[in-house]
Design a protein around this ligand. Structure first.
Ligand code: A2R
Ligand code: GDD
Length: 325
């Protein structure tokens, strides 16, 4: 028997696992064979992840979190539960503040109340950097964050709470600043899933050949979700308490270029139209990660080419779109 087989698996707890990233992370941890995986979902959500123990949890209910932690006794907590949409944060600021700030505080206070000392990975956002100056791109973790939307404000507050609790209470909390992540099964609130879903519907004759878009001039740093969850697993084991790590490819792609690349994957003749509803009050022109720190700490870097992710995401939507007349 080798060493890995002899070791008792550690327990990983993924909060907010019914979202986009959760199932990829659970599958990745299970495949490594090193973890026993527990996951939570909101009571109204459904989960279809293999080999996990499932719990219902609303992170706005502190007593539920304490009871869960006492039952699970996690070695590592991946805090994915969030209001994750920048666009929705403009429309529902209160929900965004409640879930992303109060929810995180509830979690950290529950860990203290349960007298546990797990490693905790808080998932933040590249959006925290906000209005970066051109000379600050690619952005390093020590760049002054200037959040330019409410989602980014809440994630930056989460980061500060994490650092405060790590310093004040000796908790093993570290944070990511995750840049845009994409792949099959993402909700079409986000740009790549949105474009691919519309193209699949056009191909299936579910809608006319007009693709509705928002701001095409923005540049963002896109990474496949399967690379992202690899980074989370590595950081949970090798990251340093109190620290923040960028998780991104380190390459910025124009949204217009991505749109052209996805349209080129289709045989259809498609017209592009700006939908004013998809434009945001503020949209930072470019965000791109400097990934020196995570590379030095874990050796991680993105491996899956962007083109592959775009092809797989479009194919996912083709499989999930019913053919029209
Ligand atoms: O909003 P819902 O019903 O889709 O549920 C989301 C869940 N969630 C909560 N879980 C527990 N208690 C709450 N009060 C609560 N409110 C929302 O967190 C959803 O199932 C999950 C987040 O998943 P997604 O929105 O799909 O985010 P994704 O892409 O998996 O991102 C994971 C993390 C988040 O912290 C993002 O802000 C960051 O990566 O980019
Ligand atoms: N959603 C959407 N739909 N975005 C569009 C569209 C469209 O039709 N057209 C252009 N965009 C632009 C947005 O204005 C933005 O500049 C960019 O595409 C990416 O938008 P989203 O995919 O909605 O993602 P996001 O950058 O706002 O937020 C995502 O990335 C963050 C990290 O950088 C989310 O995954 C966040 O949870 C994450 O923290």
């Amino acid at each position: 028997m080798n060493n890995a087989a002899q070791q008792k698996p550690k327990t990983a707890l993924i909060l907010g696992a019914a979202g986009f990233v959760g199932s990829y992370l659970a599958d990745h941890l299970n495949e490594s064979g090193k973890w026993s995986v527990c996951v939570t979902k909101m009571p109204h959500e459904a989960l279809s992840i293999q080999n996990v123990t499932e719990f219902d949890l609303d992170i706005l209910q502190p007593a539920q979190i304490v009871a869960l932690l006492c039952a699970v006794q996690p070695d590592v907590i991946f805090h994915l539960a969030a209001q994750s949409s920048v666009a929705l944060s403009w429309k529902n600021p209160t929900l965004t503040v409640d879930v992303n700030i109060k929810g995180t505080l509830n979690l950290l206070d529950a860990v203290r109340a349960a007298k546990l000392s797990p490693r905790i990975l808080l998932i933040g956002s590249g959006e925290e950097y906000g209005a970066v100056r051109p000379e600050e791109i690619p952005v390093r973790e020590d760049t002054l964050p200037r959040p330019a939307n409410l989602y980014a404000v809440t994630k930056n507050t989460q980061n500060q709470i994490g650092r405060l609790y790590a310093a004040a209470y000796g908790m093993h909390i570290l944070s990511t600043r995750s840049f845009n992540h994409i792949g099959p099964n993402q909700t079409p609130t986000f740009v790549v899933a949105d474009f691919c879903k519309q193209i699949a519907e056009i191909e299936a004759h579910q809608r006319e050949a007009v693709l509705k878009v928002g701001n095409l001039s923005a540049k963002r740093d896109f990474t496949d979700v399967r690379d992202v969850v690899r980074a989370y697993a590595m950081l949970a084991e090798q990251g340093k308490a109190g620290e923040t790590y960028n998780v991104g490819r380190g390459v910025a792609s124009g949204i217009g270029e991505i749109l052209d690349e996805i349209i080129a994957l289709s045989q259809m003749k498609i017209t592009v139209e700006i939908d004013p509803d998809k434009l945001r009050p503020v949209d930072v022109p470019e965000i791109r990660a400097d990934i020196t720190k995570i590379k030095a700490a874990t050796g991680w870097q993105a491996e899956i080419p962007l083109h592959q992710t775009l092809c797989e995401t479009l194919d996912y939507w083709r499989r999930h779109t019913t053919k029209g007349a």
